[in-house]
Design a protein around this ligand. Structure first.
Ligand code: IDP
Ligand code: MG
Length: 146
């Protein structure tokens, strides 16, 4: 079934001029970019989005980094898009990400939070994150233009 996933290029990716390259990789894998935006986040939406790591010692530094510059939020759609995008991204720690993955090729090997890109980790969180960042309700498998 075709799935929606929430993807976001983080400030390090935007600043390094990687937006076009990342868009190319997503499209080459056959996924559709349904919506694309460039914006700065506020602290509240970030605290919500990262609720699962908000109490970790690295969060203050990570929050500052995420608020430091523009991000590129996207809605990506395609067959098996959630796991497929996670595979394209590589694992959380760029130092452990293989060459050919976005994090492996471009992530900061020392600073874990500077790993270029976010992607939803399940069907449930994808829908929640799309609503959080785009204020749009979607269902997996439902063809829709925005
Ligand atoms: P994910 O982005 O691969 O899904 P999560 O475990 O959901 O990874 O963590 C969210 C984000 O928090 C990561 O992308 C990374 O930016 C940051 N993060 C996770 N673990 C660490 C850590 O140990 N040190 C610094 N930052 C971390
Ligand atoms: Mg995650």
């Amino acid at each position: 079934m075709k799935e929606y996933t929430y993807i976001m290029i983080k400030p390090d990716g935007v600043k390094a001029g990687l937006t076009e390259e990342i868009v190319r990789r997503i499209q080459n894998k056959g996924y559709e970019i349904k919506l694309f935006d460039v914006r700065k986040l506020d602290g509240d939406i970030l605290d919500e989005h990262y609720a699962h790591v908000k109490d970790r010692d690295f969060y203050p530094e990570m929050k500052e980094f995420m608020l430091s510059d523009y991000v590129v939020p996207m809605i990506v759609y395609g067959e098996n898009a959630i796991q497929g995008m996670r595979d394209l991204m590589g694992p959380t720690r760029s130092s452990e990400a293989p060459a050919g993955t976005i994090r492996g090729d471009f992530g900061n090997k020392e600073i874990v939070n500077q790993n270029v890109i976010h992607g939803s980790d399940s069907r449930e969180t994808a829908l929640i994150e799309i609503e959080r960042f785009f204020n749009i309700k979607v269902n997996h498998g439902e063809e829709k233009d925005f």
